[in-house]
Design a binder for this molecule. Structure first.
Ligand code: BG6
Length: 481
């Protein structure tokens, strides 16, 4: 599904943007009995439906199509990798690819080690100093908890050097996520405010209106914490909250992200139920269409306790953020698809306008909308024209679409290209993954205890009441993006 809907359309789009060299080829390797021809047709169909610019350009396809071929094989069968090696050697000879390779493991993590072992045995993963390069992109989920992530890191490092390993999180390929660094560190006016002196609290949201879409079985094993928070939301958090890196370079940036993750305060076990809310959707309606409850989705255990929503409060114990609450939430079947973070600044100390402010609005908020309608907005108060002193909150808006025109490239386009160029800045290092799991493990352990609450929420609502209560107790409320 990922290969057809995202990866191959992304490669096609790179070809269309003329970002691929002439000496280039795509080889599919899987169990299904495709031929070169039927595999090509699948790629064509995927690009036709899902590429950024559709339909497929017939002229381009004449050149791109023949670069695609297929090798059938099992992940665990050593013999099959002999055929894969021969296939790749043939492609090298025909297309002049000179042995340089990117392997993309869009497979279950349980197969990573076997695949790498076999690739290594066939001499397809090169040692340091080899003038050819071999790199491996590894899809999420990278483990289910700290222990399994460590095991995977160990297994991967048996066959690969860290600089050959590209752990992907497609959120890092989104333009708006990359822009967090530019916004913060290329401008002089925001960074002085970006700390506990000026910020009251921060809210991070990744909301989706879709339900399971046939992925019920997968989601049962995952839950929203593993599917969204541990990776996508923590990546946004790291970039928005980390210290300035010493250089715009892969390890410098990743070092800062690691420091930030090290500073996450473990969740307080005593106050757990008040700080961490997990929820599951029941029947409701999303955007005017009826939606089944989670337990009625195909592939879901009718007694499932898997969370489709979580909202929680966390603290970052470092100099910059001491005492500033961060509220994070993610969920399926919420009213809309939106990913954003919102910085709520402290109120102005001046009591001058106390009697003129509408209740609860007088706060400066800076919102970075990761998607959709990508942009940045700042809310500030303004005088309503007229003889009396009336104050009204206004928005100052920047919209990518308006400023730059056109849709930004798909995240996977950027990331696949970066890997080909050997730039790992937007990929995740082993220590980052482990630290993110370390924090999440406390939640997973607690949720494994039968007495921990599982709240329900109606499909199409903004999550369980308990989650609103979490902020209300602090005198705050969730934004309604
Ligand atoms: C994936 C999750 O990583 O991200 C999905 O497995 C989720 O459950 C998807 O729907 C969201 O990605 P995007 O780019 O649509 O926000």
């Amino acid at each position: 599904d990922l290969t057809r809907r995202k990866l191959l359309p992304a490669i096609y789009s790179l070809a269309r943007d003329r970002l691929l060299p002439e000496q280039f080829a795509v080889v599919g390797y899987a169990r299904r009995p495709y031929t070169d021809e039927t595999f090509r047709e699948r790629v064509h169909e995927g690009a036709d439906n899902y590429a950024r610019r559709k339909p497929v350009d017939a002229q381009l396809w004449e050149r791109f199509g023949p670069s695609i071929s297929y090798c059938q094989g099992n992940f665990g069968d050593a013999e099959d990798y002999v055929r894969l090696r021969e296939h790749l050697e043939k492609v090298d000879a025909e297309r002049g690819t000179r042995g340089n390779r990117v392997f993309y493991l869009a497979t279950p993590p349980s197969s990573f080690a076997t695949i790498l072992k076999n690739l290594r045995e066939q001499g397809l993963l090169y040692d340091e100093g080899d003038e050819r390069h071999s790199r491996v992109i590894v899809e999420k989920p990278f483990g289910r908890n700290l222990e399994t992530a460590r095991e995977l890191n160990t297994a991967v490092s048996t066959y690969l050097r860290e600089d050959q390993t590209y752990r992907i999180d497609h959120y890092l390929g989104k333009e708006t996520v990359q822009n967090i660094l530019v916004f913060r560190f290329a401008n002089g006016i925001f960074e002085p405010l970006w700390n506990r002196q000026h910020i009251d609290h921060v809210q991070l949201t990744v909301a989706e209106n879709i339900g399971m879409e046939g992925r019920g079985k997968f989601f049962e094993e995952a839950g929203i914490l593993r599917d969204i928070i541990q990776n996508h939301l923590f990546q946004i958090l790291s970039l928005m909250a980390m210290e300035p890196p010493v250089a715009m370079e892969a390890n410098a940036i990743r070092d800062e992200k690691v420091k930030l993750l090290q500073a996450l305060r473990p969740v307080d076990q005593e106050g757990f139920e008040n700080q961490v809310i997990r929820g599951q959707y029941v029947e409701g309606s999303v955007g005017g269409t009826e939606a089944a409850g989670y337990l009625d989705e195909p592939g879901v255990d009718p007694d499932s306790k898997t969370e489709t929503y979580t909202g929680f409060k966390m603290f970052i114990d470092n100099w910059r953020w001491a005492g500033v609450p961060f509220y994070l939430r993610a969920g399926k079947r919420l009213p809309k698809k939106v990913a954003e973070f919102a910085i709520h600044f402290k109120r102005a100390p001046n009591p001058l306008f106390r009697n003129h402010l509408p209740q609860g609005t007088n706060q400066n908020i800076l919102v970075v909308r990761v998607q959709p309608d990508e942009g940045i907005s700042i809310t500030f108060d303004s005088k309503v024209p007229g003889p009396s002193m009336q104050i009204h909150p206004l928005n100052m808006e920047f919209r990518y679409g308006e400023a730059f025109g056109g849709a930004p490239p798909e995240a996977y386009e950027r990331l696949i290209l970066d890997c080909m160029l050997g730039d790992s800045t937007l990929f995740i290092r082993n220590d980052e993954i482990e630290l993110a799991w370390k924090w999440c493990d406390d939640l997973l352990d607690r949720w494994a205890q039968p007495e921990t609450s599982l709240h329900t929420y109606k499909a199409g609502s903004w999550g369980p009441d308990a989650s609103d209560e979490l902020l209300r107790r602090d005198g705050r409320r969730w934004r309604r993006p």
